[in-house]
Design a protein around this ligand. Sequence first.
Ligand code: DP6
Length: 397
Amino acid sequence: MDYLKLDESDMVTFSAPVNIAIIKYWGKSCQKLNLPMNSSLSLNLNQDHLQAKTTIATSSTFIKDRIWLNGKEQDVEGNTRLQACLKEIRRLARLQAVKRNEDVHRVTRCSQKVHISSRNNFPTAAGLASSAAGYAALVAALGQLYRVDGDLSGVARCGSGSACRSMLGGFVEWVKGGKSDGTDSIAQQFVGEEHWPELRVLIVVTSAQTKAVGSTEGMQRSVETSALLQHRVDNVVPDRMKALTDAILNKDFSAFAEICMKESNQLHAVCQDTFPPLRYLNNVSEQIIRFVHAYNEHCSDTRVAYTFDAGPNAFLFVLERHLSEVASLIYKIFGPATDNATDFFRGERFKAYQSDLPDFETKICPTSAEYVICTKAGPGPLQLFEHNISPKTGLPL
Ligand code: DP6
């Protein structure tokens, strides 16, 4: 590549958060536009611990759109979701530029090709919603590069449905909408990341491997074969959404926890009801579910809640005042065979582990998790000024 020298206006970088669904999105009414059968609600996690960071560079010398994920170049031509995002943002950019009477240069800039470099600070495709964070960072950066105003969650949705919920901070609802063109199927912030400061999330990574059946394919199979899915959409989700939003507003942990666990269980019941069945949980995930119920019962109080997406890693919700005890129990039950707690816990620091742990019957078979990330709620996409692409070569750094 010739010497380029891209300047600041030719490069934009955004980071975006991973979101964890509490009311789950599973099943589409339109595959092409990623329109969901039901509304969903999730929490965005802190970007210090889980983040996708995407740089987009543009130059009249670039001959085609190119993308690198964690430094490895990917196919762009065959990636219909990426194509859909690029096409839609360029269409909006031209439309808005014309409306603003901007000069031809800015309008034609939308015809220039882009180089995209995206990096995650956590394992890709391990059930940690990396595609959601990736598409949200991509769309936020494209929006800034092309100066597109207004809500871009619909564009992120075209990349990956759940990505629209990573476009805002805190608790976010993806309203399913009713229009066939999808224009009202957008994300809305329910409450910001500062709303419930005591809430913590422990992500128990039970396997950092790629899942066998991706969400897109899995949910399509459920739409075609599961009778439980339609029942859930019609009769369960609407009431749960109302009860969950009330619980969040009132910071009612017990109510929040119960809905959270029931939603996770129903998602995996739908997966089991799919034909052939889908299995995303592994043996450690099952033991974590058993531990949570045994612990809550022992405390005669709901202190921990689990939720699992289409993967075996557990997302545990706990209030700060119980964090130390819960983390210590997880270490005791699911920790590594060798005594090395420093490597086991990552992310947010918390008070020293407790030694006077409650002793209760869990009937848990000996299993160990890989590691635990301690995190909390966080903001939506953030603009960064450190880029992933070299201004001299236009290639990933
Ligand atoms: C289980 O958003 O990854 O995490 O729209 O096909 O890209 P596509 O699916 P995706 O599905 C996420 C499913 C889930 C539940 C959720 O996040 O709500």
